[in-house]
Design a protein around this ligand. Sequence first.
Ligand code: GLN
Length: 296
Amino acid sequence: MNAQAYRPLTVAQTLARGIVGLAKAGDSPRSDALQLLAFVLGRERSWIVAHGETFLSKPQAEKFAGLCDVRAGGMPLAYILGTVGFYGREFTVNEKVLVPRPETEHLVDEALAHVKARVNPSLPKQFVTVLDVGVGSGAIACTIAAENANVFVEGTDTSSAAIKVAQHNARRLNVIGRCRFHYGSLASPVGDRQYDVVVANLPYVPSADVPRPPESAGFEPREALDGGPDGLAAYRQFLPGAPGLLKPGGMLLLEAAPPVFDELAVLVGRAFPRLDFEVCEDYAGLARYVKLVTPE
Ligand code: GLN
């Protein structure tokens, strides 16, 4: 028999090999292998699980092996698949945008609760307005727009590639009519407009801690992660102008991480000297975001 001959493998065998190959590439080799195989075969994950005896064609097997190698090299799964789940919806992503993280869903929850409280039932046509500073893929902005039809969302980004992704996602989720994305730094594109909710997930990783490949986050855009020497360069620039962006009774939500909260609290306190604010935790019990509401 020709040693080069292709020996067909079943779905179950291929999956098992994929899991072994991905074991060093992250903490979810089974889930990653399953998603990659579903992607290659153009099937749902449930189909893969139920059709373990089906044989793969040679091109399918080769494509799967190639993608497993890319993933094993550290490339985030979301970039390979071109999509990621966030708040129960699928978002398009590419290497120009940060991969939305599950912990960012807390900010969406907070924003949605505030939006709901501010919708005036006697004026249903009057939009509640939300600004997402550093909109990236549009995960936060588009989710808020998709969850509440009374919201009008604006987003800014210094990356025109990111704005294209956000627009694509807004179109995909059918909310483009209630979303505007502006190219520019922080809140500068929106002038003196004021919002019911301002949300920001600006870069907050200290430069020295920004991951490098083969760590998965090392494949993400550095400008979305690198917050300068102490991680707070972007928030330091943004916060002095933040009070002017909020309507009376408006909510400010800022994502960050435990190492920067002491200093971030100082910056927030300086920008809003007479206001109390909360540092809230994420699913893992880690400090994750600042929440503040201005007086009515
Ligand atoms: N949560 C991201 C990370 O730790 C950082 C996101 C950000 O800097 N805004 O990789």
